[in-house]
Write a protein that binds this ligand. Structure first.
Ligand SMILES: NCc1[nH]cc(CCC(=O)O)c1CC(=O)O
Length: 318
């Protein structure tokens, strides 16, 4: 079985520039492996409500990803490429996660007027973000910033700064980089101040569970085990807190060099997470453990956050 034996592989993407560029990287890797690919645009509810500027809150979990999954199950496409952080933690029957490619920079950035960094923004400065996670962490900095909800694709959000509608916006660095605009960030936010969304900067490549040859090709061509280990720990935090991807929860896992009991250098997984109490107060904690226990680390860190007063969220939460 070679890549060419699979015929034309139809790769589904959302229509935004960000989605198209990240899908193109997957298409290029498959083409380089000898496959024939075709890119199919799928419009999602998330894109439609965005165009109409309907607030995202309340429009449901997975607004950006369910249309691609439907297209996959209805055999209109063979591969779905998602921003992993937009994907709900629950799996979907008939669909498998075939590959998680090497992640881009997971951190958030500030794009502010007059080249300012966070610490230079005067109290009362207006920061636009539609993300409860970003809003909660900005508020926790105590800088007196005013947070306003905004929506729109990455380009639209940057334009709100250029047009003077807001003093700054917070965006994923990976999203800016994918559309060639990483240089417009005025500060890369330190995860000590702003933990990214679980699995931010990573892609999830799905196919139908029945397409085992395609799954094998996707895994061997695209999968990155270190990225998978890190995002598994981060997403376990999210799952354990019962949270939709829109919840005010941040998590970042990093492979770090540590010393074992005999003083030898070993690779371990460092995991930090942020959540909020019912009153919106910040709760942070961190763990370090074995890379093979990534999901378990995520679950135990979530348990610590809950013990520290973090509010459980989502449908399964009391
Ligand atoms: N929710 C929208 C979204 N989904 C993925 C990215 C950026 C790329 C990524 O994090 O993988 C963005 C934009 C943003 O948060 O600034």
């Amino acid at each position: 079985m070679t890549a060419a034996d699979l015929g034309t592989i139809r790769i589904g993407t959302r229509a935004s520039l960000l989605a198209r560029t990240q899908t193109q990287t997957v298409a290029d890797a498959l083409t380089a492996a000898g496959a024939t690919v075709e890119i199919v645009h799928v419009s999602t509810d998330g894109d439609r409500t965005q165009a109409a500027n309907i607030p995202l809150a309340g429009s449901g979990v997975g607004v950006f990803t369910s249309a691609l999954r439907d297209a996959l199950l209805e055999e209109r496409i063979d591969v779905a490429v998602h921003s992993y952080k937009d994907l709900p933690t629950a799996g979907l029957s008939g669909v498998v996660l075939a590959a998680v490619p090497q992640r881009a920079d997971p951190r958030d950035v500030l794009v502010a007027r007059d080249q300012m960094v966070l610490g230079e923004l005067p109290p009362g400065s207006v920061i636009g973000t539609g993300s409860p996670r970003r809003a909660a962490q900005l508020n926790a900095l105590g800088l007196g910033l005013e947070i306003v909800g905004i929506r729109g694709n990455v380009e639209t959000r940057i334009r709100k700064v250029t047009d003077g509608e807001v003093d700054g916006v917070v965006l994923a660095r990976a999203g800016l980089a994918r559309i060639g605009r990483a240089g417009e960030a005025t500060e890369v936010l330190d995860p000590l101040q702003m933990l990214p969304a679980p699995s931010q900067g990573a892609l999830a490549v799905e196919c139908r569970a029945a397409d085992t040859d395609l799954e094998t090709l996707l895994r061997s061509t695209l999968h990155d085990e270190s990225t998978f280990t890190a995002v598994s720990a981060e997403r376990a935090v999210l799952q354990e807190l019962g949270s939709p991807c829109s919840a005010p929860i941040g998590a970042l896992a990093e492979l770090v060099e540590d010393l074992d009991d005999d003083g030898r250098i070993v690779e371990r997984l460092s995991l930090r997470a942020f959540a909020t109490t019912a009153e919106g107060a910040p709760v942070r904690n961190s763990v370090i453990g074995e890379t093979k226990d990534a999901e378990q680390l995520g679950r135990s860190l979530a348990a610590e956050l809950l013990a520290d007063g973090a509010e459980p969220r989502g449908a399964s939460a009391p």
